[in-house]
Design a protein. Structure first.
Length: 251
């Protein structure tokens, strides 16, 4: 057989093997979750894998779903009150102070969200049209602080409100809404069935002990646009099944 043919065949085989290994390792470690068999979870929110890795002070938050991550967004309602937010969320055990909020203010979570009826990233022009105030429907990232809030429903979580007249410690990229929400500008990357966000932490923060979970959820702005401003109203999927934060960074 021709030597060049053998060499070419060997090269192709090695490349295919390397690609398969790379694809496999992409979903190694972290929290592995069985896909939904009931048909009740939209494939684009049906979590199958959640992972957080880090190198130095840069953490990569990764989530894979059954199909087409990021394909589904809320239907515009034309008004803020009662409008919907879709989200991919990584709840963590990090102290809220690690990203600029008050100490121990609640559950700190990284969220990738889309919501067509309002814009909460006033520093950024995500759709590149020279208008900073019309980008809510483009997937973007937030830090949010969550607490149980009975006004959101029994056992439900809400984004922590800032009481009128109070002046809590807030990140410098806080968007001005009266809730513990930050708009840090970390760009989410969607690729097929996955979404990833690279986050740079201050070097003074020890991220080696991060524990995490994965959640897909719908949130809703209160009809009165008042406390609570933003509630979790539809938990679509939880990677661990019980929000126990079993994931460990780099494992």
């Amino acid at each position: 057989m021709n030597t060049h043919y053998l060499l070419a065949a060997a090269t192709l085989t090695l490349a295919a093997t390397s690609f398969q290994a790379l694809a496999s390792s992409h979903h190694d470690g972290g929290i592995q979750t069985a896909p939904d068999k009931t048909g009740t979870i939209k494939p684009s929110f049906d979590i199958v894998h959640t992972k957080v890795t880090a190198q130095n002070n840069i953490a990569t938050f990764h989530m894979a779903v059954a199909k087409h991550a990021g394909d589904s967004k809320p239907v515009p309602s034309g008004k803020l009150a009662g409008s919907d937010v879709f989200s991919y969320v990584w709840p963590t055990n990090l102290n809220s102070s690690s990203v600029g909020f008050e100490d121990s203010a609640g559950i700190l979570a990284l969220a990738v969200t889309a919501h067509p009826d309002f814009d909460d990233t006033p520093l950024y022009d995500e759709n590149a049209d020279n208008d900073l105030g019309n980008d809510g429907n483009v997937w973007h990232s937030h830090w949010v602080v969550l607490q149980a809030n009975e006004q959101c429903g029994k056992g439900a979580l809400g984004v922590v409100n800032i009481p009128e007249g109070s002046t809590p410690k807030l990140p410098i990229t806080w968007p001005g809404l009266p809730i513990l929400l930050d708009s840090p500008g970390w760009t989410p990357i969607f690729d097929g069935n996955t979404v990833e966000v690279k986050v740079a932490f201050d070097r003074s923060i020890d991220i080696s002990a991060i524990h995490f979970d994965g959640v897909t959820a719908g949130l809703r702005v209160n009809q009165s646009v008042h406390a609570p401003l933003l509630c979790v109203v539809d938990v679509m999927d939880i990677a661990s099944g019980d929000l126990s934060l079993p994931g460990k960074i780099n494992q």
